[in-house]
Design a protein around this ligand. Sequence first.
Ligand SMILES: [Zn+2]
Length: 357
Amino acid sequence: MKILLLLGLIAIAAGCHTPAEKDNTKFVRFFSWGRPVSEEDAAKFAAAGVTDVLVSNRKQFDLAVKYGMRPYWKCFIPAGPYRQVMTPDEEKLYNYINGKDLDRKMPSAERQKIIHRRRTEKRSQYGGEAVVHPDPLTSIGGISCFISDTDFSLSRKKLDKILESAPDGTAGIFLDYIGYMNHFGCYCTGCRKKYAEYLKNQKLADTQENRNVFYRDRLVQYYNRVIEHIRQRRPDFKVAIHVYPDFEPEHLYGNRTKADFCGQTVAWYFQWPADKIRKYTRYVTGHAKDHHPDAEGIPFLGLSTDPKSSLGYKTPADVERELRDILSAGGRTLMICCGKTIIEPGYFEVFRKYCGK
Ligand SMILES: [Zn+2]
C-alpha cells in the first residue's frame, strides 16, 4: 500500500498526472454568461457542459429549455439617480481609456483600435484586480450610484420589470455590476454625507480602514436588498451573481452576500499564476457558507479568445491548464464569461472534456 502511494506521488511529482486528470474529475455544474442565440449555439453550449445559462428573450429561453439547460431570465444591474463619482485623477483616466475625447464621427474600427491601445498602455484590468493605480472601469455608461437609491425605488422598479416578464420555468436571475467603478467607493455628495453620518454614529475616525468597511458593507447591503426583494416576489427563483468589479480592500467578500450561486473570480482574463488560481478556488468554495449556510461559491473564469484585444488572451491550452488548476483545488462548479468563447473551435473541445457529460 505504502509503495503504491509512493509510486503515485513520484508519478505526480514527475508531472505524469495531475490528480484531476488521473481520477478523471469533471465539473458538475457550469454557469454561462453567454446566451444561446441560435439552435446551433444552444446545442453546442449543452454539449460543452453548460447547465445554467443567462437568457435575454423568449427565443433564447426556449432554446435553453430544449437543450436541457436551466434558463436565468435576464441580468439586473444597479439603478441609481446618477453615475458614481470617482476622484479627479480616476475620472480623467476613465475618460481617456473609454475614448470620451474622441470624435464621435470617427469610424468605429478606428475608434476601437485607439481605445484598445490606450487600455493596454494604462494596463487596464477591465474591472478585475488592479495592477497599477488608478484603474477605473472600462465601461462607457459607468455604474449608477446604487447607494444613493435611498428608498430602493429605482432599483425595485427595474427589478420588478424583469421579474414580471419572466416565463414559467425560469430558474432564476443573474446580477452584475454591483460594485465601485474605482474598486474602492463612490464620492458623490450623497455617499460622502452617508459616510460622515456613519462615522458620527459609530464614533469612528476617518481612516482608510473605516472607509473600506463602510463601502464594503454598503455593497453587501445592496446585494442583499436586491436578493431579498427577488425572494419575496419569486421565492422559487435562484440568484446567480458574478462579484464585479473587484473591491480592492477585500477581493473575495462575495460570501457575505445571500446569493444562491456566488461567482467569484479565481482566474481573470489576464493570466494569473497557478498558485493564485488554486488559492482563490479553495477560498471561494471552502468559505462559501461562512455567512449564509445555503450559499454556494462558484469559481469564475474570465476568457478572451481574441489575441488583438486589450482584454487579455488565452489559448485553449491556457484554458485547459486553468481548469485543471481549479479542479485540483477542489472546484467542481464553474462560471464563464464571455460566454460565446465557450463554443469557439479549440475552446469548445476543452470545455466538453472537463464539463461535458
Ligand atoms: Zn454615490
